[in-house]
Ligand binder design. Structure first.
Ligand SMILES: NC(=O)c1ccc[n+]([C@@H]2O[C@H](COP(=O)([O-])OP(=O)(O)OC[C@H]3O[C@@H](n4cnc5c(N)ncnc54)[C@H](OP(=O)(O)O)[C@@H]3O)[C@@H](O)[C@H]2O)c1
Length: 430
């Protein structure tokens, strides 16, 4: 029998208790999985199960050290504090460790991986990236023989929910309030909106897929705070939608790690991912493109992934946190975002005057940026004096686009701040 201690009995913890109470004796086929101890902040809080069935600990670290469990499950959250102390205590006490906490692993995964290896223990973290979407297992097992080339993911359900609500005609603020009302976004949604949560996840996946040490500090991060209804409507008229993408790819100068909003052609696979759903395209040298999708949040969906890790451990599966032992991970150089090349969409609001398009085109030419198409829309806001210019460029580096935007700003012709966004190249999302 595999004995489990669960720290954190909130959305995910309660889902996990419910799942294990229903399936603990069956799913592992001969291996019984049983909860023996639980911990949360408030013993007297009402929960959808009776905590009196299990040994209660006020202190999760004490439970990690002293309980009779074989597997310690951390569902508290936070990159350090009690979650980190409990993780260390569990591994030092020769317990396997399972968590849904991406912040904890993105900041401390290297240390915890080494600790697990010293104690011959496993760390299960499927739920930390994409909840029910089984991407960690896929890369650690089925896709492991491939040389990874590129991972492109929608890894933050809250942002995806907000962006698809905006597509349905809501303002950013209304869509965010709806995400909070549904329980998708935290009371403080900063980590989601800023792209930090997706950065945690792609840093973990990149270490796993490219066998490198964790490098959260190398992820360039841009969130969705400046994506407005006007911008979403404007790009939709030209056949695109906006998604927050987390990307990790091998480029000639090493590895590029980044999170930013991107234009995708409407109807493409990632564009079709709506609401809180997560999705990822994994591209490897032998497997080609593999598309995985699933519920990226929610108590039951996340508990499903946590339980999967527990049952894997119960069946004796032990794989290092990032696929290889820590000593075998090797660092790659990182390519800065400014050198990353892609097609761009640029949106300028300007006076409706002769010569303005020529002035902008001249700046782009001087910065080595080639235009693919240009459209003018004078209909917006019933504003007869101004027009919107939508420019679509061929491939250009971030540094060239930044320089062009700065020079165009100095022309004194913009009626509002320019908007620039990368376009995912078609062959990346067939
Ligand atoms: N919710 C999701 O959809 C989802 C999806 C993927 C990953 N995750 C990750 O899963 C983890 C848990 O998320 P959640 O949504 O379940 O959080 P939550 O609902 O806020 O629950 C947190 C739990 O931790 C307990 N807790 C807080 N401080 C504690 C302490 N000092 N000692 C022991 N327990 C303590 C709380 O106790 P009380 O109940 O007594 O207050 C609560 O039961 C996080 O790392 C999160 O990022 C969540």
């Amino acid at each position: 029998m595999t004995r489990v201690a669960i720290a954190g009995l909130g959305t995910v913890g309660c889902g996990l208790v419910s799942l294990l109470e229903q399936r603990g004796g069956q799913v592992a086929r001969g291996e019984r999985v049983e909860i023996v101890a639980v911990s949360a902040r408030d013993k007297n809080k009402h929960r959808p199960f009776s905590t009196s069935r299990y040994e209660w600990y006020d202190d999760a670290v004490a439970m990690a050290r002293s309980s009779s469990a074989d597997v310690f499950v951390e569902l508290i959250g936070g990159e350090d504090g009690i979650a980190l102390s409990a993780a260390r205590a569990a591994l030092e006490s020769d317990k396997d460790f399972v968590t849904a906490n991406k912040a904890l692993l993105a900041h401390n995964g290297g240390e915890l991986a080494r600790l697990a290896e010293q104690h011959s223990r496993s760390i299960g973290w499927e739920a930390a990236v994409g909840a029910a979407m089984p991407i960690v297992a896929a890369i650690r097992h089925s896709l492991f023989a491939n040389r990874s080339e590129r991972l492109i993911g929608i890894l933050n359900g809250t942002c995806n929910y907000i962006l698809t609500r905006i597509e349905d005609g809501e303002s950013f603020e209304t869509a965010l309030a709806a995400a909070q009302a549904q329980g998708y976004a935290e009371a403080d949604p900063h980590a989601d909106i800023s792209g930090l949560d997706a950065a945690h996840k792609i840093s973990l996946l990149s270490a796993l897929a490219f066998s490198t040490p964790l490098a959260l500090e190398q992820v360039s991060v841009e969130g969705i705070a400046n994506i407005t209804l006007d911008k979403v409507r404007a790009v939709a008229r030209n056949g695109y939608c906006i998604r927050l993408l987390a990307i990790c790819e091998a480029v000639p100068d090493g590895l590029s790690l980044r999170v930013h909003p991107c234009l995708l052609p409407i109807g493409s696979r990632l564009a079709n991912v709506s609401g809180v759903c997560n999705a990822l395209i994994y591209q490897g040298d032998f497997c080609g493109q593999v598309f995985i999708s699933g519920d990226g949040a929610g108590g039951n969906a996340t508990a499903s992934a946590v339980a999967g890790d527990i049952f894997s451990i119960a069946r004796g599966r032990k794989i290092p946190l990032f696929g290889l032992p820590s000593a075998n991970l090797s660092a790659l150089p990182f390519c800065p975002l400014q050198d990353i090349i892609s097609p761009w969409h640029l949106n300028f609001r300007v006076r409706d005057q002769v010569g303005i398009v020529a002035s902008i085109s001249a700046v782009l030419r001087d910065c080595g940026i080639s235009l693919a198409s240009i459209l003018q829309d004078g209909s917006a806001d019933g504003d007869a004096d101004n027009v919107s210019l939508f420019l679509y460029t061929h491939r250009a580096s971030t540094i060239a686009i930044d320089r062009a935007l700065s020079l165009i700003d100095k022309l004194g012709i913009l009626q509002s701040a320019a908007f620039a966004i990368r376009i995912l190249e078609m062959n990346e999302d067939k």
